[in-house]
Design a protein. Structure first.
Length: 137
């Protein structure tokens, strides 16, 4: 879930009769909709944005995820699992601050597709990245 502030009127992604007005603040769970609003200039995140997400090392039972946080955060982590329900998380290093962050995922299963997303908390606002995937060796 990401908290956004609307910069222009926008229709809800599920209920077309719902229109968000300028300066309205909302917690949205549809992260694809959030990214679409931001790219169209219709909304802005109220928390920290996550950029340059990448898997930097994939082995048979481990992987390293790296990303950049654009503001100082009070926490950041990777949520991961074999479905988009995730189920496991590991804190980023460094856990707080801004800039480059990494997380080492361990005890993974060989030759398995994993889903992951990044969570950040900044000034009480939680932001999630879109879903990403990788497959272990």
């Amino acid at each position: 879930m990401s908290r956004v502030i609307f910069l222009a009127n926008a229709k809800d992604s599920v209920t077309a009769t719902t229109v968000y007005g300028v300066d309205h603040q909302a917690d949205l769970t549809d992260e694809a909709f959030v990214r679409s609003l931001i790219s169209q200039g219709k909304a802005a995140l109220m928390g920290a944005d996550v950029r340059q997400v990448r898997t930097t090392a994939i082995a048979t039972t481990t992987a390293t995820i790296a990303w950049t946080v654009d503001q100082t955060v009070t926490s950041t982590r990777v949520e991961y699992g074999t479905t988009t329900s995730y189920g496991t998380n590991v804190n980023g290093s460094p856990l707080t601050g801004g800039g480059a962050v990494t997380a080492n995922l361990t005890s993974l299963t060989t030759a398995t597709l994993y889903h992951y997303r990044i969570q950040t908390v900044q000034a009480g606002f939680t932001t999630y990245s879109p879903d990403f995937t990788f497959t272990t060796s």
